[in-house]
Each structure stands twice: as C-alpha cells, then as structure tokens.
Design a protein around this ligand. Sequence first.
Ligand code: C5P
Length: 310
Amino acid sequence: MQAIDQTAPVRVRVPAKVNLALCVGDLDQDGYHPLGTVFHALGIYDEVVASPAPDGHTSLTISGEGADELPTDERNLAWRAARLLAGRHGDPAMGVALHLKKQIPVAGGMAGGSADAAGALLACSVLWDLDTTPDDLHSLAAELGSDVPFGLLGGTAIGRGRGDQLVPMITRGTYHWVLAMAHEGLGTPGVFRRFDELQARPGARPSSTDIPSGVTAALACGDVRALGAALCNDLQEAALDLRPELRETLQAGLDAGALGALVSGSGPTCAFLAANEAAAMDLRAALGQAPTVRATRRTTGPVPGASLIG
Ligand code: C5P
C-alpha cells in the first residue's frame, strides 16, 4: 500500500444541492422543522484544500464567489468542522490550514456553507490520517448542520428529520439545470420564520412532510417533463414574500421554455429544469437578460458527493 504524503495538501470538491421536493412540517420544540425532502446534487462545486499546519493552529482563507462576505474564523462552518473532527477523532492539537475555493453562491439556498463543512470533514480526515468511517463523518456532519450530511453523500436522496436522515435514491437520467442567482442573499432562519408566519394565517394549508409521489415516480423512470411539473418547495411562498422580485425571475424562466421552476431551498437562487442541453443553453441566455438576475449557471445533476481530487 502507498504511504500517505502528510506534507501534501488534500483537495476535496463538494457539490451544491437543490431540493426537488421540500415538504416542511410544523416547528418542533427544538426550534427546527421536520422535513421530507428530495436532495439532488448539482455539478457546481466548492473546493476545500487542507494543508498541514505544523504549529498546530487552524487558519482559513477563502477565494471565489462571495469570498468577502464570509468569516474566516470559528464562525465559519468549515472551521468548526475541522475542530469538531480533531476533538472527536484526532487530537485537539492537530492543526490545519484550510482554503475554500468557492463557486456555490453564498446565502443562496444551495448549501454552500454546508458543502464547505462536508469538504473540511473529509479533507482533514485524510490529512490527519484518521480512522474515521463514513458513519463517523455522517454523525459529525449532522451535528454541524441539516444539509451537511447530504454534501458528503451526493447523488439524489430522500432526507427526513432535519434533512440529515438520508436514504439514497436510484434514479434514471441526467437532468439539465439553469440556476439564476439573485442580487442579494437570504438567511435560512428568516425564511423558516416567515414560513411559520404564513402557516399561522387562517385558511393556510396544513403542514405536511409527505413527499409527493410525482417527484419520486418521475425520477424512477427518468421522465424530465413529469419531474418539471412535480417540483415543489414549501419554503417558496415565504421566500417570495420576502423577495417579491423572485416571481419575475421564475416567470422569465417559464416563458423561456423551462419545464419546471422553483426557488432552491430557502432561496433566493432559482432553479430551472430544461428538456436537454440545447434547451438549457437557450434558457440560460434568456435568464441572463432578466433584471432580477445577478448571474446564471448551467449545470447537470445528479453528481457524486464530497470527493478527493488530485
Ligand atoms: O441546520 P442549519 O444550521 O443549517 O439550520 C439553520 C437554521 O434554519 C436553523 O437554526 C433553523 O432556524 C432553520 N431550520 C429549521 N428546520 C430545519 C432546518 C433548518 O427551522 N429542518
């Protein structure tokens, strides 16, 4: 067996996610909402580079999308992931120099911060040559945040509980997506709070964590049109209430031929499903003209979760 070079940096890439279905129950006593969701990993990646730090310290630098908006200390989830891993499975004195190369939008509803934490867990585990199992990393990931375990897993998966209880799904097909980034981010807690306020109104539809069978059936047979029609997100109304201009973004994509359109997670990024690659190119060009859109990306899913890269 080849020995691990413990002086070389370890590089990991972790995908963004979109929730193809996001069904939200009533707020629990613990301050969280139970979820029934279908996670889908998209080919937009953050890269986490973990380099040895001989002095036993932790440091963090960030480049790329939204880098100046993010903290580079223990407030960053990637930093906390490294410290949690060292404390539980290594030695608290283990040091690391972390670098994040970001492509996933910050505060965009695509689990960018969670991806960085998942990447830090895997990269540090390799750098420090720890005997961690996938289950060990999953448990730490669930402690760090609801979306972190899916960053490790990738693919397409049902999520229950807070989103951390995952069951991988066997699906058919590769799907073509266009993402429309908004001018300003949205905080997840605020969107859940607005969801609670909207649910408290008389006549609101009762909350449910039941995932509509249309989404899972479409994925099982690779029917892109049926999937487009079945996409659903219970947080969408709350995100639209906070950012009414997102309605224009969604409509612009539908007018340009998207088979389905939805706010990604807690938003404000909007995700559009296209019939094929050519349709996705046309859709991207049209969305790029919308005044409510800051930037667009074209991508495909599903893709694998956190992976070591050379
Ligand atoms: O788990 P995470 O730290 O990503 O969640 C951020 C916030 O989003 C939580 O503090 C909570 O306010 C809200 N949240 C929720 N129900 C979930 C997941 C997150 O209310 N299932």
